[in-house]
Design a binder for this molecule. Structure first.
Ligand SMILES: [Zn+2]
Length: 275
């Protein structure tokens, strides 16, 4: 009787769990005891956004609307057990709908290959002198830095693949705007930033605002990752891509004008990250 009881348990356990490395999926087993060398992470990019809405509305839009992001950073993140709280709305292994039609480094539909962080910020207001952009809060940026560093580390995301929504969709998007502190984050090891000496070398004594050859800027931005025409013309698409680039790397002047400083920064970035 006792032996029967033992057999009973052996049969039950074998039926329920199979061999080690075999997962019971109901009607079949999946055996993962041998895995392939040829694999890498699906996640290659980290995309920063602002929500252009307040906390409550941002949460509503990102949970009830046709848009989403993996993370939402509130205007004043809650502190729990001494740690700031990031709201996770979508699991990282799922696609969030944050990038829309987008391009970077020859890839399209960046939703497929990215993690998206939405940051609560109202964006800008239109005034007589042009757009006035709202600043980010220090504690927001602190949490963005912690979150970004962790994601970058876990997926091995390269610095030039930490991007703004405006970088990957320059014809449609402005966010996270020129007040997003890319330089401050780069100093903490998050994202790309050009070396000052390299920029000076490429500037070669020219004044910052001096006109620069459009073709050279187009070529450098395309090589860096932007979707930009390569026709040598300062047309609307080109100027918008240049403006997106300036919002990221030269926020003092985001007019989209192809000038010498823009060219020098672009060349320095290509040299550092894409050669
Ligand atoms: Zn966005």
């Amino acid at each position: 009787m006792r032996r029967l009881f033992v057999y009973f348990w052996i049969i039950i356990l074998a039926g329920c769990c199979g061999k080690p490395g075999q997962i019971d999926r109901g009607a079949y087993l999946a055996d993962s005891t041998v895995s392939s060398n040829s694999q890498d992470e699906r996640i290659r990019f980290l995309v920063m956004h602002y929500t252009a809405a307040d906390d409550q509305e941002s949460l509503r839009l990102l949970t009830e609307g046709q848009v989403s992001a993996h993370y939402l950073v509130h205007s004043s993140p809650e502190i729990n057990r001494g740690k700031p709280v990031a709201r996770q709305l979508v699991a990282e292994e799922k696609r969030a709908w944050h990038a829309g039609e987008s391009h970077w480094q020859g890839r399209n539909n960046i939703n497929d290959t990215s993690v998206g962080i939405e940051i609560v910020n109202l964006g800008f207001r239109e005034e007589a002198g042009g757009k006035t952009w709202y600043p980010f809060n220090e504690d927001q940026i602190e949490l963005v830095a912690l979150l970004a560093r962790d994601i970058i580390h876990r997926y091995g995301i390269s610095p030039a693949n930490v991007v703004a929504h405006s970088d990957i969709a320059p014809l449609r998007k402005n966010d996270p705007g020129p007040r997003f502190p890319w330089r401050q984050l780069a100093l903490r090891g998050i994202g790309a930033w050009p070396d000052r000496e390299s920029v000076e070398r490429h500037l070669a004594g020219r004044a910052h605002g001096e006109p620069a050859p459009v073709a050279k800027i187009q070529q450098a931005l395309a090589r860096y990752g932007y979707s930009i025409p390569e026709n040598g013309l300062a047309d609307d698409k080109t100027r918008r891509a240049i403006s997106a680039f300036q919002m990221h790397f030269r926020p003092e002047d985001i007019s989209g004008t192809p000038d010498a400083q823009t060219e020098a920064i672009a060349m320095a970035l290509v040299e550092k990250y894409r050669s």
